[in-house]
Design a protein around this ligand. Structure first.
Ligand code: SAM
Length: 224
């Protein structure tokens, strides 16, 4: 599949999230039981120190991270998302960066990298580069915490066949339609891939919909 088709899909994903920002919170609600379990897992992980949130969105998890981090940097490609996040979190000490994670070099290293509902939007062709980026974001003792959707969620999506990467169609309340990348990982498969790339990983499921993973490099010299 030519690169330009994948680039076009990824660009459409960016356009989708920019357009969706204003209605994101109304259309992405967690059930209370799952959210409480995910918050408990994040608290047990203890995201202390210098924390980096990738693809932060409107701040669903930024509000939790600020409770623990001594310094928090939140990155997103969509200025609309960053503006909503800033308003919701209301903390002058959170650093916001607008950046495309497929073309970004972190300005510094962090103790923790966090991302929710992001890994499933990374095309499989960019999986290794993305994890190399995550490694570059971390200091030698750096740790990762991520949350994403389990494969059962696919039954609630409009899958698009023959795409340059696994993709779904999403519709805004305006009726506008967009394609986004959506890769559903079975936790053991994801764990095996990450172990191959040099990560120690613990993955747990929460209900039918979510998994969370905690990871750290098992050899800090790899992918640097
Ligand atoms: C499904 S939302 C998740 C938002 C938030 N992490 C949460 O859990 O609510 C995906 C986020 O990724 C952002 N995003 C999409 N493409 C991106 C890219 N290339 N670089 C950085 N952020 C991107 C979108 O703007 C959106 O905020």
């Amino acid at each position: 599949m030519p690169h330009d088709q994948l680039d076009a899909l990824v660009a459409e994903q960016t356009a989708y999230y920019r357009a969706r920002a204003g209605e994101y919170d109304k259309t992405s609600a967690y059930d209370a039981v799952s959210r409480a379990a995910l918050v408990a897992a994040l608290e047990a992980f203890a995201p202390y120190g210098r924390v980096l949130e990738l693809a932060c969105g409107t701040g669903e998890w930024t509000v939790e991270l600020v409770k623990h981090a001594s310094q928090l940097t939140a990155v997103d490609v969509a200025p609309e998302m960053l503006a909503l996040n800033r308003e919701r979190v209301g903390r002058a000490d959170v650093r916001y960066l607008r950046a495309d994670l497929f073309a970004w070099t972190p300005p510094e290293r962090y103790d923790v990298a966090f991302f929710s509902a992001w890994l499933s939007h990374v095309p499989p062709q960019r999986f290794e580069d993305f994890w190399a980026l995550v490694a570059t974001c971390l200091n030698d003792h750096g740790r990762v915490f991520l949350i994403d959707d389990l494969p059962a969620v696919a039954a609630h999506e409009q899958l698009i066949p023959r795409s340059p990467a696994p993709a779904v169609e999403r519709r805004l309340t305006t009726g506008a339609r967009y394609r986004t990348v959506k890769v559903f990982y079975e936790p053991n498969t994801l764990k095996a891939r990450l172990v191959e790339l040099g990560w120690d990983v613990d993955i747990r499921t929460v209900g039918w919909r979510f998994y969370w993973a905690a990871a750290s490099r098992n050899d800090t010299r790899q992918s640097r």
